[in-house]
Design a protein around this ligand. Sequence first.
Ligand SMILES: Cc1cc2nc3c(=O)[nH]c(=O)nc-3n(C[C@H](O)[C@H](O)[C@H](O)COP(=O)(O)O)c2cc1C
Length: 258
Amino acid sequence: MTAPGTMTAPGTMTAPGTMTAPGAMTAPGAMTAPGAMTAPGIAATLEFDPAALAPREAYRLLIGGILPRPIAWVSTVAPDGTRNLAPFSFFTIVCESPPTICFAPSRTADGHKKDTLANVEATGEFVVNVVGEAQVEAMSHSSATVAATVDEFALAGLEATPSSVVRPPRVAGAPVAYECRLAQVVHVGGDRPGAGCLVLGTVVRVHVAADAWRDGRIDTDVARQVGRGGGDDYVRTRDRFALRRPVVDPDGTVRLPA
Ligand SMILES: Cc1cc2nc3c(=O)[nH]c(=O)nc-3n(C[C@H](O)[C@H](O)[C@H](O)COP(=O)(O)O)c2cc1C
């Protein structure tokens, strides 16, 4: 018995939803440059067709491979003034001019918009608070699914600080916070469960904890940002290494800077 959408060569062991070409050691279409090195321990790859998978399985493939993901801890206010706060790890920078960031609240299991998205669409404003190690438990607490009428700053036991140019407050103690005005919402997948909405915001103010501002940069050792892994895993940003980027000489030679 194989899972729907599975093609297996006799004797081949595959994960549900996996397609493997008989005898193939690499995914079809994979190209190996002469002299290229294979990552240690990776002798073969498994190939998955998301169309043959349940959304939850596709979710696991996405969050298990694409990590660490930064966490946007988004504060909004409902039209009636209720303060809302929730973390989103589908989050990144779009561009610096104009400074734009984005995050993606998914549709709920019954296809509804999460409160954050409803508030952003209704008010056009949000704040992305950066999560430091000191805030992880409160951040996780604020991910609970509660009624839109619940003040989630109070729920998470957090102090709020007024923002400068938008209505949603900031999380007091967050190492960095970005006040944003809504630029665009891109809906992906309609209103089915697990569909997405990419929320793009123009950054109109940035707040950095004074002790985390050093030599014109945000000091990671002080900000201690936390990221999300797969499942319930999180990562710290204390294990880092530097890698210089190559320069290109006028004759086209690509080399490391002296
Ligand atoms: C670390 C973390 C990251 C999360 N990332 C996302 C995400 O990117 N998209 C999403 O829809 N939900 C994400 N969630 C779940 C939401 O935080 C959760 O559904 C929350 O209740 C939404 O709140 P709201 O209805 O007040 O907007 C995440 C939860 C945690 C703990």
